[in-house]
Structure formats: structure tokens, C-alpha cells
Ligand binder design. Structure first.
Ligand code: TRH
Length: 385
């Protein structure tokens, strides 16, 4: 039995934009419950967006149990703090709650965004005393190196992925459940697409349409089909959810559950992902992927992307290294009009595929974020007495 069995943790999530904040908080909450038997309360400030990731959420209830996690609305009245409190992405804890945490001497950890930049190792686990209260917050940085906080990975994930990849039956069932029966051509390149509006979709479509193999693009999407007409100009509707132009077919999918989104990443030959959580899931999928970082000012996101590729490609041949870098730079910059880079990406898929598998194996041999977070909280608790 885990030594954290029954320990109380509170996780605070403010939804700033999109689904990454809640996506990560929900994943972490569930893993703490399932893999470590911690009792988790998850406080969320925006139930409407959260419902996308937690479909069972009932907006009328201020507190509810969902899959072992107690999900609560952002506290307005006083509530007794847990032994360990995770503030995510510097979301600012409620003042009254913080005062109670101080009285009770709760452990206070701020979970930061993921970055592969080298400064992360220097800031990880550093304390930051509160300016007026007698309590200290500790920064916790996820990362790719041993001296960071690690990457979120449920204990059963890799075995579940491999079972799916080894089972034609499971894969067929997955496609059928999405309403895509047997119409994906056998040797078609399967591509999942989750990106920000600035992505260079045009260059991808040009590269694919000139390629000597058919391709199927899967787009988890929840808007009206009309909004896609700018992107998929000239594509013809085959049916309500399918568009086609030449050898490229686009399948419009609903927004999937987190678990089915994993299945999609596993089932595809190439994944386009974004932000933070889908990026990590693409790594674990062990398939080639292109990551579009969340757009920031002063090209900070491009620096983050380059830092990641330096780490991720460190064992790649020069050919793979440059194929990955050029494709990433083209994808994140819609003003690049050179089809070559994305064509090279597609041509290199077999080599990229073995490299992606190798990197997934190396990274999944490192301890995962939740396990490291628990050891960290334990060290902080020992130092307190
Ligand atoms: O939605 P995002 O763009 O979130 C972003 C990033 O986290 C970014 O770093 C942060 O600053 C910003 O939010 C506030 O991308 P991300 O991180 O990949 O989160 C998407 C979540 O949605 C992830 O948990 C996967 C999930 N998902 C599904 O469950 N079903 C789907 O069909 C798809 C496409 C995604």
C-alpha cells in the first residue's frame, strides 16, 4: 500500500485559456487517486470549460465525486485546507484559504508549465517565502531531465498503449466507434490534427496533396463546418463529417474524451499537437509528432520549441534532426511558404517513427511527475518538523 494512502491533497485550477489547465489538473488528480490512493479535492473556477474534459461534471453542484476525485467550485466560503496544496500555474489561492494553510502549516507547491529550457533545472524545487504570512511556496517544474519534476504519465499508460498497438481488433473497434468504418484506405497516412489558428495548415495540405500516397486527416472539432471553409478551400463534402480533395481526406471528429484522444494519437502515423498536455501525450504515443507551442510575445514560444527539439533530438541523426526542426518551424509560422519541409517530414516517417519510439522508451524509463511530486511533498513534510 502506498505510504500516501488516505493523505488529503487539494489542487487549485484556474482555467486561463483552452483546455490545457484543466486537462493537466484532471489528469494529475486522477493519477494521484488511482496510482497513489491520495484523497484529492480539485477546485475549479470555470465549470463550463471544465465540462469539456470532465463530461460528468454537473454545473449545479458545488461539490461532487467524479471518478474518485472530489470536484469543487472555486471556494467562496472558508474550507479546511488539505495537508498538501497544489496551486497550478500560479493561479493565486483564495486569501482566506491561504491564512488557514498558514495556521495549519500545509505544504504549498506551485506546479509550473512544462518547458525544456535549461533554466528550469535551476528553478525547480526552489522555495519562495510569502511576503507577509509565515508560509513558503515551492516551485515545481515538470521537465525532461532527472533534475526536474518529470512528465505526467499514469503507471498503466505504456502497457495500455502497447496492448492497443498490438491489437488490430481494438484499433478497428476504435475507428468504428468514431463512425469511420472501413473507408480509411489501407496504406493511407493517418494524421491527427490539433492546432492553433496560426498553424501552417496550407503548407501541410500542399505537401500531402503532392505526395504519392493517400492521407487521412482526423480533426477533433466541435465548431460549425462553415468555419473550416477558409482552411480547406476547394475541399468537397463527401458526407456531413468528411471532406475530400484529391488524395487527401479530412474526417471531422467530435471533441474526444481524454482517453479516446490517446487512442487517436496511438492509432495515427503522425500527430500534430499543441500547448502542453497533448504534447506530452504525443510523446507517450511513440509516434512522430509536430508540436505547436502556445503562442507568446517576442517569439518566446519559438525559443521553447527550439529548446525542446534540442533535448528531444539529441540522439537523432543530422537528417532527422533537421527534418524535425524545419517541419516545426514551418508549422508554427504560417508565413513560411516552402512545402519542402513538410514533404521531407512525410518522406521521413519510417525513420521518425523508430526515433519517436526510442525517445518514448527513454523518457518513460524516468520517474513520472506524480511519483516525484509525492516524494517532494514528503521531503518538505520531513523538513517542517
Ligand atoms: O488546449 P490547449 O491549447 O491548452 C493550452 C496549453 O496548455 C497552454 O500551455 C496553456 O498555456 C493554455 O492552454 C492555457 O492544449 P493542451 O495543453 O494540449 O490541452 C488540450 C487538452 O484537451 C488535453 O488534455 C487533451 C484534451 N483533448 C481531449 O480530451 N479531446 C480532444 O479531442 C482533444 C483534441 C484534446
Amino acid at each position: 500500500m502506498s505510504k500516501h494512502h488516505g493523505q488529503h491533497w487539494d489542487i487549485f485550477c484556474k482555467i486561463v485559456d483552452n483546455y490545457g489547465d484543466i486537462g493537466i489538473c484532471w489528469r494529475l488528480s486522477q493519477q494521484l487517486v488511482n496510482d497513489h490512493h491520495v484523497r484529492v479535492r480539485l477546485f475549479i473556477d470555470d465549470f463550463t470549460t471544465a465540462k469539456k474534459i470532465i463530461p460528468h461534471l454537473d454545473s449545479a453542484l458545488a461539490e461532487q465525486a467524479i471518478q474518485g476525485v472530489t470536484v469543487c467550485a472555486w471556494p467562496t466560503a472558508t474550507t479546511a485546507p488539505a495537508e498538501v496544496v497544489i496551486e497550478t500555474f500560479s493561479c493565486a489561492l483564495p486569501d482566506a484559504y491561504l491564512v488557514q494553510m498558514t495556521q495549519q502549516q500545509s505544504i504549498w507547491i506551485n506546479l509550473e508549465y512544462l518547458s525544456a529550457e535549461s533554466w528550469v533545472c535551476d528553478f525547480h524545487a526552489k522555495p519562495s517565502p510569502h511576503p507577509t504570512l509565515a508560509i513558503t511556496k515551492h516551485f515545481y517544474f515538470p521537465g525532461f531531465k532527472n533534475d526536474t519534476g518529470g512528465l505526467i504519465r499514469e503507471h498503466s499508460l505504456i502497457a495500455r498503449r502497447d496492448a492497443f498497438l498490438n491489437s488490430k481488433i481494438d484499433q478497428t473497434k476504435f475507428w468504428q466507434a468514431l463512425g469511420i468504418k472501413n473507408d480509411i484506405e489501407k496504406d493511407s497516412i493517418k494524421i491527427s490534427l490539433f492546432c492553433y489558428p496560426q498553424a501552417n495548415v496550407n503548407q501541410l495540405l500542399l505537401a500531402l496533396s503532392a505526395y504519392n500516397q493517400t492521407s487521412s486527416i482526423f480533426l477533433p472539432f466541435n465548431g460549425s463546418i462553415d468555419t473550416l471553409s477558409n482552411i480547406f478551400t476547394d475541399f468537397k463534402l463527401v458526407n456531413a463529417n468528411t471532406l475530400r480533395l484529391g488524395n487527401v481526406t479530412v474526417y471531422l471528429l467530435p471533441f474526444l474524451s481524454q482517453s479516446d484522444y490517446d487512442h487517436l494519437l496511438w492509432a495515427c502515423d503522425l500527430n500534430f499537437v499543441r500547448g502542453e498536455d497533448s504534447w506530452i501525450r504525443a510523446i507517450w504515443a511513440s509516434k512522430p509528432f509536430i508540436w505547436q507551442p502556445y503562442i507568446q510575445t517576442e517569439h518566446t514560444h519559438i525559443k521553447k520549441m527550439q529548446a525542446f527539439l534540442e533535448v528531444y533530438s539529441c540522439e537523432a541523426t543530422d537528417e532527422i534532426k533537421s527534418a524535425l526542426l524545419d517541419a516545426h518551424l514551418t508549422w508554427s509560422n504560417a508565413s513560411v511558404s516552402d512545402t519542402n519541409h513538410l514533404t521531407r517530414l512525410v518522406q521521413n516517417l519510417p525513420k521518425l517513427s523508430s526515433y519517436a519510439r526510442q525517445q518514448a522508451d527513454i523518457l518513460s524509463a524516468l520517474p513520472d511527475l506524480a511519483t516525484k511530486l509525492l516524494s517532494f511533498s514528503e521531503r518538505l513534510a520531513k523538513n517542517k518538523v
